[in-house]
Design a protein around this ligand. Structure first.
Ligand SMILES: [Zn+2]
Length: 99
């Protein structure tokens, strides 16, 4: 028995990342509560949708997938480094460029 339920098609097949067409999160106070997944089963070709409790969500099912527009850890780190390297004069310039 697996501890992570994952997503099962009605035919019994366990849905893999490459079969996921779309996914999204339902937020409550900025915390994800449910994960919405739309998939097409590669065995029975059926389209399906499923809501998964976020606490039971196995993120590895989407491993290898890089949705457009999503920020990865590297980008966050670079951004944090840039913020740290900022000098007061940079902020002045930024403020001026925005007005
Ligand atoms: Zn199926």
């Amino acid at each position: 028995m697996s501890s992570t339920p994952g997503i099962l098609c009605s035919c019994g097949r366990r849905i893999e990342s490459r079969e996921v067409l779309q996914h999204g999160y339902f937020m409550n106070h900025w915390k994800p509560v449910w994960v919405f997944v739309k998939y097409r089963c590669s065995r029975c070709r059926m389209l399906g949708e499923q809501l998964v409790d976020y606490s039971q969500w196995d993120g590895s099912i989407l491993e290898g997938e890089t949705p457009a527009g999503e920020i990865d850890d590297d980008e966050v780190r670079r951004f944090a480094e840039q913020l740290r390297a900022l000098r007061p004069s940079d902020l002045d310039n930024l403020a001026r460029s925005l007005t």
